[in-house]
Each structure stands twice: as structure tokens, then as C-alpha cells.
Design a protein around this ligand. Sequence first.
Ligand code: SIN
Length: 526
Amino acid sequence: MMKRMMMLTRTVVNRFTIVQSHSLRCHSQSRRQMSMGSESLVSRLKSCGLLQTKGLIGGKWVDAYDGRTIEVHNPANGQVIASVACMGDKETKDAISAAYDAFAPWSKLTAADRSNRLRNWYNLLIQHKEELGQLITLEQGKPIKEAIGEVGYGASFIEFFAEEAKRVYGDIIPATLSDRRLFVLKQPVGVVGVVTPWNFPLAMITRKVGPALACGCTVVIKPSEFTPLTALAAAELALQSGIPPGVLNVVMGDAPKIGNSLLESSQVRKITFTGSTAVGKKLMAGAAETVKKVSLELGGNAPCIVFDDADLEVALKGSLATKFRNSGQTCVCANRILVQEGIYEKFTSAFSNAVQDLKVGNGFSEGVVQGPLINEAAVQKVDSFVQDAISKGAKVLVGGKRHSLGFTFYEPTIIGDVKNEMLIARQEVFGPVAPVIRFKTEEEAIQIANDTNAGLAAYIFTNSMKRSWRVAEALEYGIVGVNEGLVSTEVAPFGGYKQSGLGREGSKYGLDEYLEIKYVCMGNMG
Ligand code: SIN
């Protein structure tokens, strides 16, 4: 009880310290101004029109039809940031109808017209990157620098697909009969249901909506109920950018009801989802009834393999980046660090020193690089994985418990002597815990790395060019980082093998997911 009181006191003190040093401008903020208290920040975002709390249906901001709301919390201190509309099937059906009605006019615009509107949206996202970053830190918890980085990353998908909108080419096929002409047209699939997670409240939306809108599709977005505010702010900017009413709709609240409405509707022709493998499987099964297209970006279990011949500095930098980005809450975060026996002691000792220095705290505080986890359930899961590993003989090298800051903060952790059979190596920990597994040979590393149902991202650190190729080819993963821990970019295909998903996002390949191929055979042309 006493401990809990002390935690609360410390948080309140921090909050007031922060409040005193702020004054906000809507468009451009200095770094100092950004470490403001939540209340003044929220009221300023409201006055900018970027704190929306209603759903967006057919270009109108609407409350839940039964007036219900759902609270959005700041994971760093548990405070309520805002209450947003808690919507269900009725609102979702209306959003689908709005998207369906908007489809024909939107898809008939010229590609250049759609491209210009997407470009306007990109410009607005960048113009408001500080405020959007603040919203991300408020509702998701990641440090402000990382949050603003996410805005740049998220906006890059809109810019990239604004350009790609003009490059949806078809084909002419040499005919087998002389009086025939054969064409291939690519056409938008139609209304797309976009279901997104809380770990990247902006980027996971733009990575889907960018290509969808570029192709001429319209969308109904269901953001996570933990982080709807960034999605709503982005939707407000989409409206301002000239994307017509009904093209982009947002409903949030009752996830099963919204999900089922999207799945049951024959007007929704595609579901795109980023999130857990368990939910992805349910969506895939639900989409079968109306035979929708499905793109899934699901869980990973990324191996990060450090070979004896690796450059230690490069391996350390890369492992830190891939493990502790967003406090370990990304699908491409290293979930298992495999270290060859010759470099094991050196690597774990240097890694431990670096991880000890990672500053944990409220994402608005100076120097913080590790924010809170999203909620209590996430902390309990992380801790239960750590306890399981300890009970089976693994050793905590750094951290290993809840952080003294309380709430949902967890100590950046390294666990040594982990075996691939342990729970922590079988499932995605999705937190700031690095389990280290020792291996002897390259073959053994590949065998351990591939011994999982997941196949999203993998990382290798080696100075041997031959080994880089050999191992990259042998890994059953959709993304491989070689001497690099940060691999995500709008220009490269993102997606997994095996149960990590279906389809690819970003890059020129990302457009195909939103297109139908139509073959036109013209006879009597001789
Ligand atoms: C994810 O965690 O699903 C996305 C991570 C990324 O885009 O880098």
C-alpha cells in the first residue's frame, strides 16, 4: 500500500513539473514545449481540431447511436485522456454503406486526382507531426521522439502510394487467334475493412489505407480501442485534404460487433488486419462466408542471430534497436537473441551494460527511451513469461521485474541461458525482455530460428558475405535484416511466412493486395 502511494505521489509530482513548463502552439512546437502536462496538451489539441472523439461516417462526426462512450487512458499514468464513441454493428453498417456509396465516384476519379488528394493528406500529416506525435505518446506511451518518428514513417506510406497511384498498369497479352485482342485491367477491389492495432496507432493505418485509396478503394477503419485518438486525428486531416466524404470512415468501440459486421457484409470485399495471430485466424475464418480477400500481418517470433564473426558494435546496436524499439511492442522485435558460443560472454556482458542504461519513464520526459507497456494485461503476460523461464533454469542478467515507477512500466530485461523450448522462446513476449540462447554451429542456429510457426522478421549479424547469403536464404521469414536491426520502410515489402500472415504491405507489392485482375477478351477484331 505504502509502495503504491509512493508511486502515485511520484507520478503526480512528475506531472505537475511537466505542466509548469508548457505553452503550446498548434502547428509548430519546440521540443521544450512538447514536454507539457496532459491537460494543457489535450485542450490545445482540442482547439486545433485534432482531438476528435466521435466516429467518422460518410464525412460526418457522429456519436454512438446509443450514446455510449469508452475511455482512452494514458498508459504512463492511468489518467483518462478522453472518452470516445463506443460504436457497434449499427454504426458499422452505416459506415459500410457510406463507403459503398463513395466507391464508384472515388474509383472513377483519375489516378492523378486521387494522387493529389493523398499528397495533400501527406502534407497535412507532416505539418502536424508534432501534435500527432503527442497524441501517440499520450495514448500509446512511446517516447515522444519515437512517436514523432512514427508520424514520419506513417506519413511516408501516404506519400509513397500517392506516387504509386499513377502506376497501376495493366497488360496486353499476345492473342492466340488473329482476330482477338486480350487485355488485363487492374481494378480496385471495393470497400475495405481495415482493422488495426495499438502499437503503431498511425503507421498501421496509413500502410493499409494509403494503397487502398490509391487504387480507388474506400475504407472503414476500426482502430484499436486503446489508441483511437491518433486515428481520428488522421481522419480529420484526411477530410481537410480533400478526400471526399465516405471514402474514409472510422468506427471504434465494440470490437467483436464491428468485426462481425465487416465480415458479414457482402459489400465489404476485403479485410486487412494487423494484430495477433489468434484474431487473424478468426478474421480469416469469418471472411470465408463471403469469400473476401484477406491480408494479414500477424505475430512474429523473430530470431536475432549473432555469429562469432560479427562486428560486436554493429551487433549490439542492431540487437538493441530491434529488441527495444517501442519497448519491445512490435511484431518485428527480436523475440530470441541467438548468440554463438565464441562471442556469448562478450556479447551478453556488453548488451547488459547497454540495457542497464536505457532510461524508462513517461514518454514526454527528457531522455526517456523506454515507455510503459500498453496495459496491465501486457505486463502480466511479460512477467509470467519471465517467471516461467526462471523456473526452468534461465538466469536474469538485467531487470526481470516490474519497474519501480509502477503502472505498466517493466524493467528492460535480459535473460541468459534460455532454451528454445521455454515459453518465452515459443511465443511472442511483446515487451522489453531479451531472452538469449547459446548455439554452437550455423546449422544449429538456422534450425532453432526456423523451429516456430511464425515467420515475419529475422536478423543476422556476421562479417561473412557468404554466410549472409546462405543464412538469409535458409531462414523461413518474410523479412531478413543483415547487420541491421531496423528494417521497416515504405519502399520495401513487409509481411510474413507461415502463420505470420498473408500478403505484403508497403512497396510496389502492397498495391496488388487492393486490386482485382480483370481479363478482357475482344473478339471480331480482324
Ligand atoms: C508491427 O509491429 O506490426 C509493425 C512494425 C513495423 O512496421 O516496423
